[in-house]
Design a protein around this ligand. Sequence first.
Ligand SMILES: Cc1cc2nc3c(=O)[nH]c(=O)nc-3n(C[C@H](O)[C@H](O)[C@H](O)COP(=O)(O)O)c2cc1C
Length: 328
Amino acid sequence: MIKIGNVAIEKTAALAPMASVADTAYRTVCKKFGACYVVGEMVSVKGLYFSPQKALDLLSITPKERPMAIQLFGSQPKYFEYALPKVLKSKPDIIDINMGCPVPKVVKTLSGCMLMKNPELAEKIAKCVVKNSPVPVTVKIRKGWDENSINAVEFSKRMQNCGISAITIHGRTKTQMYSGKADWEIIAKVKNSLDIPVIANGDVYSPESAKKMYDVTGADLIMVGRGSFGRPWIFSQIASFLKTGRYEPDPSLARRMQIMLEHIRLICDNKGENLGMKQARAQAIKYFRGIKGAARYREICSRLTTFSEIYELVKNISNDCYLNNGGF
Ligand SMILES: Cc1cc2nc3c(=O)[nH]c(=O)nc-3n(C[C@H](O)[C@H](O)[C@H](O)COP(=O)(O)O)c2cc1C
């Protein structure tokens, strides 16, 4: 177990915040398959002020997701202060501040990773949130803006001095976006320089790489994003590998399809079938990776509009596989 403030979290693998991916349904499924902690999609504090309904939808937390953090982004302390009472109504276990997002739309507003270029403003924001939050506050950063301005260590120390309870670091620069390799050495340097827990993030795609990330970085916790796409069971595999050195192989195709249907059912329950199925297509596609005939299934998937259609597709996949392989 580790502790972020007063929140105890198992030392296995957490789910990274992922806008448009890690919604309630995704988080619930990952939690069910062993994620020890989840972080919600980033929510704009200014959005909570100007178009509250859209942003408020992102604040919901169901009991099965806990412990969970709500992640906020913005560039003006006054909007954080305004947003906090609304955010706290959802009773998040933790509040995370996004200081690592590289997306132009976000950095253009001086939010996300742009705050790493402006540590004074970042400090004002961190202090403001810490002051107004009864729950622990954490910050998520990158390695730095670019290779010529790597400041994760100094920046993290400044954040620690503002009273935050943990820091997550994705070992890439803003200019790298998602290319190249995450630098785990810089995470180790941050860990060695701080007293608060450090959460390591970037490029964990297997139980073996999860263990390696713990070994290389000495982090208190690791966080998995893309490695969970279409395979939420990676969290229980990681937990098992860390504990015993062994883990169950990926589930059978039949079981994978069942998990996918469960996931999509949840999306539709939460968002309604119309919107739900639009978003579900992108999720469903990820569960087909490695399946014989995946390209054809993906193509069919891109046109699905109702839950019963995806149910039929799974039945057809089952029949195809039964005919091709003599059963799953
Ligand atoms: C689709 C997508 C959306 C993301 N949205 C967020 C976000 O809302 N907040 C955030 O801090 N990071 C976000 N990230 C970054 C991830 O949290 C994570 O730092 C990054 O993917 C590296 O981890 P990984 O290699 O395990 O995927 C996003 C990443 C992806 C791929």
